[in-house]
Design a protein around this ligand. Structure first.
Ligand SMILES: [Zn+2]
Length: 331
């Protein structure tokens, strides 16, 4: 079978890199066992432009800073770097939000930023005017390779989608918004500090039984079978195996928003809808079958576990993108 350019490209260098927990753990272990090397990794990358902000050599290329503050951070020689120092107050705030969200604490300022406390208080971050009550949690965790976590504020109970890094400042901010009644875990890679959050917020955690291993054995609700399942009236959970056996997407029906975990994402280099076949740990063909399910779902927003969000103009554009992807992999 001849692969299309998109399918072939995803074999080579597919940023972001969902599910790559082993690589990040190896890196962390090497750093902690050798203090001098760890300090060395805090060196400013030479690819940064001169000035206040810089990225150090422990960057894992998760892309978080690049989509949070695209005016400042770019990918240079395979890792993130400051391509332009912030030139406005808005750019500076975004750069500091990226600094706080970086899973390896690889973003620095030459001197301590006096406005950092104010920036802590901006989290969780609203995403868009047509997504009221949907927030980006920030504070990404290295154990989930910098996966994105979201908070949905809803009258029937707030939902945290996947787990951010557990930090007291974020705890306070989320509790101001009412905490969380549920923590929905899209799949096993992005569970990070789920236990600490559950203990603090007293939320009910949900994961599919196909992804249950020791670290999530105590999760309160384990989905079985192929669904779909519901949380209240507004949320539907769709089983989308392929990336992992227990991958599940969450559809927020009134807002037409699909939280996809690592089932689907957007390529950094293009506007194309993509799956990352080299991380399809169960089976690419199973993942493609799961992709078919998205044709029947009514959504415009794709809120992924890694990388850039997508908003389609209409259902036709959404389905056209999915059909294009499917034809690339089957032609
Ligand atoms: Zn994953």
């Amino acid at each position: 079978m001849a692969l299309s350019l998109r399918a072939a490209a995803s074999l080579a260098a597919p940023p972001p890199r969902p599910g790559c927990r082993a690589a990040s753990l190896v890196r962390a272990t090497a750093a902690s066992s050798s203090p001098p090397a760890a300090l060395d990794h805090r060196r400013r990358r030479r690819q940064n432009v001169s000035g206040e902000f810089f990225v150090d050599e422990r960057c894992i290329d998760c892309s978080t800073c690049r989509w949070m503050a695209p005016e400042v951070f770019k990918r240079v020689d395979g890792l993130s770097a400051v391509a332009a120092q912030p030139s406005s107050g808005d750019d500076r705030t975004k750069a500091l939000q990226a600094l706080l969200s970086c899973p390896t604490a690889s973003i620095h300022t030459e001197k301590p930023a006096k406005d950092i406390l104010q920036v802590h208080s901006t989290f969780p971050l609203p995403i868009a005017d047509d997504l009221p009550g949907v927030y980006l949690c920030g504070y990404h965790s290295e154990s989930s390779y910098g996966a994105t976590s979201y908070l949905i504020v809803h009258p029937e109970g707030n939902i945290m989608v996947d787990s951010p890094r557990y930090t007291p400042k974020l705890v306070n901010q989320i509790e101001k918004l009412g905490g969380a009644r549920y923590m929905f875990l899209t799949h096993i890679d992005d569970v990070a500090d789920h236990r600490k959050w559950a203990e603090r917020l007293k939320c009910e955690r949900i994961i599919h039984s196909g992804d249950v291993v020791d670290i999530v054995a105590d999760v309160e609700r384990k989905l079985t079978g192929s669904g779909p399942w519901n949380i209240g009236n507004d949320f539907e959970l769709i089983h989308t195996p392929g990336h992992t056996k227990g991958s599940v997407c969450l559809l927020y029906k009134p807002l037409k928003a699909l939280f996809t975990g690592d089932h689907v994402a957007k390529s950094e280099e293009s506007d194309e809808f993509n799956l990352f076949r080299m991380y399809s740990r169960q089976s690419v063909s199973v993942q493609l079958d799961s992709m078919q399910k998205l044709l029947d779902l009514d959504f415009l927003w794709v809120l992924p576990g890694h990388g850039y969000r997508i908003r389609y103009e209409d259902a036709e554009a959404k389905n056209s993108a999915i059909k294009s992807l499917l034809s690339d992999y089957t032609s």
